[in-house]
Design a protein around this ligand. Sequence first.
Ligand SMILES: NC(=O)C1=CN([C@@H]2O[C@H](COP(=O)(O)OP(=O)(O)OC[C@H]3O[C@@H](n4cnc5c(N)ncnc54)[C@H](O)[C@@H]3O)[C@@H](O)[C@H]2O)[C@@H](O)CC1
Ligand SMILES: Nc1ncnc2c1ncn2[C@@H]1O[C@H](COP(=O)(O)OP(=O)(O)O)[C@@H](O)[C@H]1O
Ligand SMILES: [K+]
Length: 485
Amino acid sequence: MRIAYTADQIRAAEHQLMARLPEGTLMQRAASGLAAACATMLGKVYGSRVTLLVGSGDNGGDALYAGALLARRGARVEAVLAGSRTHEAGLEAFLLAGGREAGAEAIERADLIVDGLVGIGVSGALREPYWGLARAANAAAAPTVAVDVPSGVDASSGRVEGAAVEAALTVTMGARKTGLLVDPGAALAGEVELVDIGLGPYLPDPDVVGLTGADVAALLPRPAAESDKYRRGVVGVVAGSDQYTGAAVLAVGGALLAGAGMVRYAGPGEPVAQVRSRWPEAVITELERPSLDGVGRVQAWVVGPGLGTGDWAREMLAQVLASDVPVLIDADGLTLVARERDLLGRDAPVLVTPHAGELSRLTGAGRDEIEADRLKHARGAAADLGVTVLLKGSTTVVAEPDRPVRVNGTGTAWLATGGTGDVLSGVAGALLAQGLGCYDAGSCAAYLHGLAGRIASSGAPLHAAGVAAAVPAAIRELTGRSASR
Ligand SMILES: NC(=O)C1=CN([C@@H]2O[C@H](COP(=O)(O)OP(=O)(O)OC[C@H]3O[C@@H](n4cnc5c(N)ncnc54)[C@H](O)[C@@H]3O)[C@@H](O)[C@H]2O)[C@@H](O)CC1
Ligand SMILES: Nc1ncnc2c1ncn2[C@@H]1O[C@H](COP(=O)(O)OP(=O)(O)O)[C@@H](O)[C@H]1O
Ligand SMILES: [K+]
């Protein structure tokens, strides 16, 4: 499990630890970890050119002490002092070790840039001259190592107001920061290396959690020797319409390939014909009118993709929600719920899977605002609606009241293509039907879907059906062949 914390949580832990240690100990630990990471990146330290961007706070102090260590190993280290003041002891140590002060032009001659402008103490958009230095570092040929967080990224949310440093590596102190796991911050952090400064015992429950492949493998249901198709989990899919047939095919495919024991599909003539020809495995009910009578028992429903938003769709959604099993609502289902919130009043669990535009419809917040602070809006919606919210996008986040938000970064931007969300709804539905709760089903589905996207893409365009087809390979990659007994 990768865990991360807000700036406030880190500060509180630091205070407790600092009270037990001689002054400056933590910064020395941070600086030696940082210097070691820079040395690895440089390969050869002696004779290399390192430029430090030094802000007015302790983030700059970390950079200066690390710069001193590199200077002692023979690097030519220059420091651009950007703040109205500079960490005094750090600067003294730096100069004593042979480091030199320089102007912004030192950025261009560097082999490596160290971004110590601002860390967890950032507030708002970078001000000048930090802003200009961040841009110059981004434009330079040399890679940048960010100290603690890339300057300009809000450590607690991943939010970026204005410009931020684009790091090749972020060396983060004590514990990961939430903003390193959530876009846009995550995308700017590059690789993230954690330096242990002894904070562990003082850290509270994490703010956010990222599942690893091993975590997902441990959570994924596997068929046992005595399994049968009913006990493995039956998913019901109510998706597609005469106008949008593909959504039905893709959602059913996601469910089948994510390990459902059986998939029941119910819909009108056109999508039925498509699903029947594409997935002979599905058990299909062709509907003359919007009714679940005679469709049979399921352990979870997926409702909404391509369903439309007219009376038929509304009636199907209402009937699905009147059942006593978990329901995943996506796409058009979310538009209907946004119009009629009372539909969500049910006892059994609900997982909603909006993208930012759909969440905007549900909550009234602007789409850009949601994308800038995904955590806040997913958390807020989960609390307001009393459901589990899986917010899709470049970082997918899964929020449920009173639990750390789960974040997923396994995807690829190639997934931003029509229909991939329909596949995700099927995958998550299959996991719900197999007995996972909304929180686990949502976060495991996001992980598998992202991994399947990477497998399907392999650096080139993918299509949604290809993502569904790659789901078994994603599961195999996580669990190994032993899973298939
Ligand atoms: N306190 C400690 O013992 C430790 C601190 N650590 C380092 O200290 C950092 C936190 O230090 P600070 O609390 O001094 O805070 P920072 O160094 O992150 O930033 C504070 C300074 O940045 C300026 N600033 C804030 N927002 C700005 C903006 N938008 N544009 C321009 N300037 C801005 C403020 O005026 C302030 O002077 C951590 O990120 C980490 O790098 C680590 O060394 C671990 C140990
Ligand atoms: N930039 C991106 N990086 C990674 N994944 C992305 C990105 N953009 C979209 N995705 C993923 O692609 C899928 C798109 O789903 P959705 O927006 O519902 O599309 P559709 O309705 O066409 O199926 C989601 O799983 C989402 O998380
Ligand atoms: K920084």
